[in-house]
Design a protein around this ligand. Structure first.
Ligand code: SF4
Length: 306
């Protein structure tokens, strides 16, 4: 069989940067990381072997002062910085610059509209509720943002009020566009209603029904086409990803769309060799933005040894 690893798979810029920061800070002394540094159990374990201790929010509140805590690429809400400051904890901020910029945009939007009393605006985040990045984004709005995952959840939005839509960086472009289209059609329905709400909208100085900000990271979005081309070029594909990674789930589904002989594995042990029925098959290995190259190489070695 011919085995190849997708050269476009693996850590994105933000994750690589956070891991490099962790490795360099570990050389200076003990280091905590708030939450898994990456949604990949094997990579977390590798860094824990080097001394990185993963903690949660409860731990953060009880750490001794002067402890050093790394914030991962996903980013954190303002409350985390506040807790750290209160406790005299040193923050090593490895928030991805792309996420940081998105946080700043959402915060600026919230600050400039929070006092609009005539038609209170709604900040809507297209994202996964409870996801670390989304918690950080919601925090920029004093947790007033509405998080929706799909068009089915749009009934949580009041279409007679202005909507400011943003996206979690790892969501799909198609999903975002579908939301925009649906909101536009609901808005025009709401605007056609001859009631007081409509009058208020018409008279409202901003006249904004929907302001959509496509804030999806192209480091993820651009991978889809390349990944699908790779999947099509192989007879069978093993997609390597962490079970906690939403990016891995999204990219795996795209791979599966392109080649139905795509299988999700978290480690070399999970490779089901019986799936390879043709000894001359072209076998592709790819992964998510949270998948380390060394793990894809380990899957490749397992296949080579079979
Ligand atoms: S996917 Fe994009 S925004 Fe998210 S950590 Fe990676 S580079 Fe940053």
């Amino acid at each position: 069989m011919v085995i190849s690893i997708d050269s476009n798979s693996g850590f994105c810029f933000g994750v690589t940067r956070a891991i490099k920061a962790a490795e360099s800070e570990l050389e200076k002394g003990s280091l905590y990381c708030l939450g898994d540094i990456v949604h990949n159990g094997q990579e977390v374990a590798r860094l824990e072997m080097k001394g990185l201790a993963t903690i949660d929010y409860d731990d953060l509140r009880t750490l001794p002062s002067h402890s050093r805590v790394l914030l991962r690429a996903h980013g954190e809400p303002p409350s985390t910085y506040w807790i750290a400051q209160q406790r005299g904890i040193e923050i090593i901020d490895a928030t991805c610059p792309v996420v940081k910029k998105l946080q700043d945009r959402i915060r600026a939007c919230y600050e400039s509209h929070k006092n609009d009393e005539t038609l209170p605006p709604q900040i809507v985040i297209y994202g996964k509720p409870g996801h670390a990045e989304v918690i950080g984004l919601q925090g920029q709005t004093n947790n007033t943002a509405i998080v929706i995952e799909s068009v089915e959840q749009l009934d949580r939005i009041d279409f007679t009020r202005p909507i400011y839509l943003f996206s979690q960086t790892t969501k799909s472009v198609e999903g975002f566009q579908a939301l925009v289209e649906k909101i536009k059609s609901q808005n025009s329905r709401a605007n056609n209603r001859s009631n007081e709400a409509r009058k208020e909208i018409t008279n409202h100085k901003s006249q904004i029904a929907l302001e959509a900000h496509d804030t999806i990271c192209r480091s993820v979005a651009n991978r889809v086409k390349e990944l699908q081309a790779f999947a099509r070029a192989n007879d069978i594909v093993f997609f390597v990803g962490g079970t906690k990674s939403s990016n891995a789930k999204v990219l795996y589904n795209h791979c599966k769309e392109a080649n139905e002989n795509t299988f999700f594995v978290s480690s070399p042990d999970e490779v089901d060799l019986s799936k390879i029925t043709n000894p001359d098959a072209k076998v592709g290995i790819c992964g998510a933005t949270s998948t380390p190259l060394w793990l894809m190489e380990a899957v490749s070695e397992r296949l080579s040894a079979s």
